[in-house]
Design a protein around this ligand. Structure first.
Ligand SMILES: NC(=O)c1ccc[n+]([C@@H]2O[C@H](COP(=O)([O-])OP(=O)(O)OC[C@H]3O[C@@H](n4cnc5c(N)ncnc54)[C@H](OP(=O)(O)O)[C@@H]3O)[C@@H](O)[C@H]2O)c1
Length: 293
């Protein structure tokens, strides 16, 4: 049996089918438009049916909430019925960001983070893998460079993306002999609404812990907020380009870093742990005095 490198490339002239989750969002919406423009037959997963009107003509809207298994299964069935059981690509893009100190983030938020960003992506892949195998297709998981390096108040999102990167690696090796190529896109900061949504849901659920515990971290979250406000997000288009490359390259890379900040973080991630910790805290301006209480 041939390895992944021996699989056929996806030719530019054939009509290729792709399912993109989180298609109402910044990266997902742009990827839908780009791939539809390139002639792909696009299935777009949206959480709210009312978002279907935002999709370009000809794109098939599918209601998919990754934490509702029934919607995932129903979407896979609909694709199978329309395509005869073949799918050229899954772009597992939907995701949420939960931020905050490990001690303060409510467990329900930790669970939501992993339910959407990890278990949900796995559920979607499980549902369509038979169709991807039939087409010797591809899986492109949208991770983040935080999979390689975490930091203060970044635990939940970084842990979920590290888990997703690990799942991607397992699936990549499992599928290699079967001709399905699997990779992960790892952007740095992008210009989308995801952080606004994360802030809104944090304000809705609040922190766990008593007033003393919450006071302890006030300075830390403030410093991280200032640091993030100074950061310049990259264009969504950079992530879309990487997705298209991962879908069309004859030999896609296992991982695509997207953006200068991502490449810098990936380099920092290779430093010895304690050196990196010190550097990170100094850069962000956090020390013992930052902790109140
Ligand atoms: N923006 C960044 O800085 C950045 C950096 C690195 C990686 N990423 C990754 O890029 C991907 C796309 O994010 P984005 O920046 O484009 O953010 P976004 O605009 O918020 O898009 C995320 C999409 O995921 C959907 N989604 C959320 N929960 C879902 C669920 N339970 N089931 C199905 N769909 C769900 C959202 O739907 P609703 O709109 O209905 O909530 C939205 O359409 C994510 O995986 C994110 O982690 C983003």
């Amino acid at each position: 049996m041939s390895g992944s490198a021996g699989g056929p490339s996806i030719g530019p002239m054939s009509t290729r089918t792709v399912l993109i989750t989180g298609a109402a969002g910044g990266v997902g919406g742009a990827a839908v438009r780009r791939l539809a423009g390139l002639g792909w037959d696009v299935y777009a997963g949206i959480r709210r049916p009312s978002d279907a009107g935002r999709l370009p003509a000809g794109v098939h809207a599918l209601t998919i909430d990754l934490i509702d298994e029934e919607t995932v299964e129903a979407a896979a069935k609909e694709i199978a019925a329309r395509t005869g059981g073949r799918l050229d690509a899954l772009v597992n893009n939907a995701g949420v960001i939960v931020e905050g100190p490990v001690e303060l983030v409510p467990l329900e938020d930790w669970r939501r983070q992993f339910d959407v960003n990890v278990v949900g992506q796995i559920a979607m892949a499980q549902a369509v893998l038979p169709m991807l195998r039939a087409a010797r297709g591809r899986v492109v998981n949208v991770g983040a460079v935080s999979s390689r390096m975490s930091g203060p108040a970044f635990g939940p999102i970084a842990a979920s993306k590290a888990a997703l990167a690990s799942v991607t690696e397992a699936l990549r090796v499992e599928m290699r002999p079967l001709g399905v190529k699997v990779c992960v896109i790892e952007p740095g900061l992008l210009d989308t609404e995801i952080f606004d949504k994360s802030g809104a849901s944090r304000r809705a659920t609040g922190w766990r812990g008593d007033a003393d515990a919450q006071r302890l971290y006030e300075g830390v979250t403030a410093k991280m907020g200032e640091f993030n406000a100074r950061a310049k997000p990259g264009p969504v288009d950079s992530a879309v380009k990487a997705i298209v490359r991962a879908l069309t390259a004859r030999r896609p890379k296992a991982r695509y870093l997207v953006g200068r900040d991502a490449r810098m973080m990936a380099t920092l991630a290779r430093l010895p742990d304690h050196t990196r910790d010190r550097l990170l805290l100094r850069t962000v301006g956090i020390n013992a005095a930052t902790y109140g209480g």
